[in-house]
Write a protein that binds this ligand. Structure first.
Ligand code: UT7
Length: 327
């Protein structure tokens, strides 16, 4: 049975930077509060010509170039996103068009901030069962378009960006060793943008009341659940691979809050040097955060052949999951 190996990574973020000091002028907040409570100093915000499909393209082009793969050789093209460029069709189809990845089957993955891990599991399954040889998986988000800029509880947290990987079938290792996925739909109302779909279709009322925008009920509760769920997903991944935490070279967690990541690393006894943290520059970019962090780490030389990586995410849905990858 072939394994799926990551053969290229890429990332892309808008050039416009919105700092905590900029937010101080817009809202009743402070740079200090945001830094201390979240670890975020600034985030990227897309310009009027940008959207999730254009950010996805920027990341995908880099990943394909690193992999040395022609877009026409991509069998499956997936975009993990909660902020699709248009409601219909999938953002992956828009990306297929711009990349001219004519042979690919293109579709989106909607699993909140865990979308990249979910996409990795789907890609790995399709490669292992022989349905696909080459998969392009992108996490791309423009959360700035769906945050309520008057709600200090949420708008300071999120940012825009994209990250991509190219996976290819390879006999024997190294590659994706395991993926574990979990959801708890019973808590779907904790983190939600309720309006604009078929339950509450777009209307003047939806716009007036801002129901198409992100709402987070009880950030504290989400924080607590995130730490516990990610710890469980990491422990399950380690056990399934007969690994100890000390066998992992790099932990690449979803970047939602530096305090969540520090609490997780403490519980797993991971030293700071083994944890990839870039939330300071980007904020929470949902499904884009792990591939963005992975690409930055790879390009900085922090990921070397033979290293074992543990990826873990948690987000709206609720959804969470983990993956172990040998580079
Ligand atoms: O992507 C995955 C899903 N999302 C997450 O994982 C997010 C998880 N939650 C969190 O990261 C944290 O709960 C937050 C960063 C959202 C909030 O941090 P916290 O330490 O849990 O603060 P809190 O909610 O307990 O709020 C403390 C206080 C409140 O004031 P009062 O009621 O105590 O007077 C808030 O109104 O801080 C206030 N506050 C702010 N103050 C200044 C909330 N947002 C802000 C703000 N600036 N931006």
């Amino acid at each position: 049975m072939p394994m799926s190996r990551v053969i290229g990574t890429g990332s892309f973020a808008p050039t416009r930077v919105l700092t905590n000091h900029d937010l101080e002028k817009m809202l009743d907040t402070t740079d200090e509060w945001i830094r201390v409570r979240t670890g975020i100093a600034e985030r990227r915000i897309c310009g009027p010509e940008e959207d999730s499909a254009t950010l996805a393209e920027g990341a995908a082009v880099q990943a394909l170039a690193m992999a040395g793969v022609d877009p026409v050789d991509v069998d499956i093209l997936m975009v993990a996103t909660v902020t699709p460029a248009v409601p219909l069709p999938a953002t992956a189809c828009l990306l297929q068009d711009t990349l001219k990845a004519r042979r690919a089957a293109a579709f989106d993955i909607g699993a909140g901030c865990s979308g990249f891990i979910y996409g990795l599991a789907v890609a790995d399954g399709l490669i292992r069962n022989g349905s696909a040889r080459t998969v392009l998986l992108v996490g791309a988000e423009t959360l700035s378009r769906i945050v309520n800029w008057k709600d200090r509880n949420t708008c300071v947290l999120f940012g825009d960006g994209a990250g991509a990987v190219v996976l290819q079938a390879q006999e024997g290792g190294p590659g994706i060793r395991s993926t574990h996925l979990y959801s708890d739909g019973g808590e779907w109302t904790l983190l939600v943008a309720p309006g604009g779909g078929s339950r509450f279709p777009p209307s003047e009322r939806i716009l007036r009341e801002g129901l198409h925008l992100i709402q987070m009920r009880s950030g504290n509760e989400v924080f607590r659940l995130a730490v516990r769920a990610m710890e469980d997903a990491c422990m399950t991944a380690l056990k399934a691979n007969k690994l100890e935490a000390s066998d992992i070279d790099l932990l690449i967690p979803h970047q939602a809050n530096a305090r969540i990541i520090n609490a997780l690393a403490d519980r797993l006894a991971f030293p700071e040097a083994k944890v990839v943290l870039n939330i300071e520059k980007y904020g929470n970019t949902s499904a884009a955060s792990i591939p963005l962090a992975l690409d930055e780490a790879a390009r900085a030389g922090r990921v070397q052949p033979g290293m074992t990586l543990l990826l873990v995410a948690f987000g709206a849905g609720l959804t969470w999951g983990s993956a172990v990858v040998t580079w």
